[in-house]
Design a protein around this ligand. Structure first.
Ligand code: HEC
Ligand code: HEC
Length: 334
């Protein structure tokens, strides 16, 4: 991870587990670099975690007051009951509009070097400021509108308790709390992780798929315990300009962040444009476009079987009780 916050981050405890193996794994070599999902996420020094902040962030994550209609929350598109996605090609936002990119999962997003398919937000804090004002997502007119609605709903004491200072209820602090909550949305204990720890087995097909994916070079990009090198790569597919839409440089045309394989079996459809309806389609296209390789059906199904072992335990999130004024309606018409 090569970004500016590096010195401020808690170093990820990359568990050096891939080679010291026990139990069921004794007869199977785990390809270089693969390993257990890290247990620690990077935390920026200016936004330390606390239980109260995470709880406030959870309320805000489920808070429809962040949208103009009073109907959309982060959870509308990144549903925590369905692996942080909506399983649609393009999400439905304000007035039934659909955007131009597929909604990626928020699960494990705290690990990514940058946020969005094109990486335009360096941190979760930056990312969280986008959706409330995005006209096709939540479409709130301004930061001030969001803040005044949160005040009306009764958030002031919650922000003061977490951020201490006067005027703690700000758009910036909203984003800080949401980001803190997102840093708790990790998915440990995938079948693959248990296999690496010697606590369980994976199928013969999954083992073949694991080896195949490494042998043909998928893991040059989908590398390490996160199954992404957290870098950007050209993906000559579709019409979206990717990183070029941010940097305006021709060299960045069709460049996208390498997506993680963690929980990928649960987050269909695939690719930035949601154009691959099944995981098998996505695997076949990746092999063709990125590696100029045509996989046999047997290889595709083995790789899919391996990817299915990367589904972890989804975080158990109880639905929060949101602050609301007693005895009078909210006035959220515009
Ligand atoms: C209307 C649907 C919609 C809503 C509401 C929404 N998002 Fe998103 N989200 C998306 C889409 C689509 C993308 C991908 C956009 C892109 O990459 O250009 C995205 C991207 C993200 C990412 C980046 C993940 C990654 O892998 O790069 C995070 C994190 C995220 N959203 C969190 C949130 C939070 C927090 C909220 C609430 C403040 C929110 N989203 C509200 C649709 C939505
Ligand atoms: C050169 C780097 C590179 C190589 C090699 C590569 N990928 Fe990818 N992969 C990417 C990028 C970049 C994306 C994001 C694509 C996008 O923006 O739609 C991605 C996305 C994916 C996705 C979809 C993830 C999602 O959430 O939509 C799957 C599945 C996938 N790759 C599997 C594979 C497999 C299997 C192989 C080997 C056959 C492979 N990849 C080889 C870079 C690579």
């Amino acid at each position: 991870m090569k970004h500016k916050m590096k010195s401020l981050l808690i170093v990820i405890a990359m568990l050096a587990s891939s080679h010291a193996l026990a139990g069921n794994t004794t007869n199977t070599t785990i390809p270089e670099g693969m390993g257990v999902l890290p247990t620690e996420v990077p935390v920026p020094a200016n936004n330390p975690m606390s239980a109260a902040k995470v709880e406030l962030g959870k309320k805000l994550y489920f808070e429809p007051a962040l949208s103009k209609s009073g109907q959309f929350s982060c959870n509308s598109c990144h549903n925590l009951g369905t692996w942080g996605v909506d399983n649609q090609k393009f999400s439905i936002g304000h007035q039934w509009q659909r955007g131009g990119r597929n909604a990626p999962t928020v699960l494990n997003a705290a690990f990514w070097s940058k946020q969005f398919w094109d990486g335009r937000a360096p941190l979760l804090e930056d990312q969280a400021k986008g959706p409330p004002l995005n006209p096709v997502e939540m479409a709130a007119g301004s930061e001030a509108m969001v803040v005044s609605r949160l005040k009306e709903a009764g958030y002031t004491p919650f922000f003061s308790a977490v951020f201490g200072e006067k005027n703690a209820l700000s758009y910036n602090n909203m984003a800080m709390a949401i980001a803190a909550f997102e840093r708790t949305l990790l998915t440990p204990n995938a079948a693959f992780d248990k296999f690496v720890r010697g606590e369980g087995d994976i199928s013969a097909a999954a083992k073949r798929g694991m080896k195949k994916a490494a042998d043909i070079g998928c893991t040059s990009c989908h590398a390490g315990p996160l199954f992404t090198n957290n870098q950007f790569a050209n993906f000559a597919y579709g019409t979206d300009e990717g990183l070029k839409s941010v940097t305006k440089k021709d060299a960045d045309d069709h460049v996208f962040r390498v997506q993680s394989w963690r929980n990928v079996a649960m987050t269909a459809p695939y690719f930035h444009d949601g154009s691959a309806a099944t995981l098998a389609d996505a695997v076949r296209s990746m092999a063709r476009v990125q590696l100029d390789t045509t996989l046999s059906n047997a290889d595709v199904s083995d790789i899919v079987a391996f990817l299915e072992t990367l589904t972890g335990d989804a975080p158990q999130v109880s639905f929060p009780i949101l602050p609301r004024p007693t005895g009078h309606a909210l006035d959220w018409r515009d």
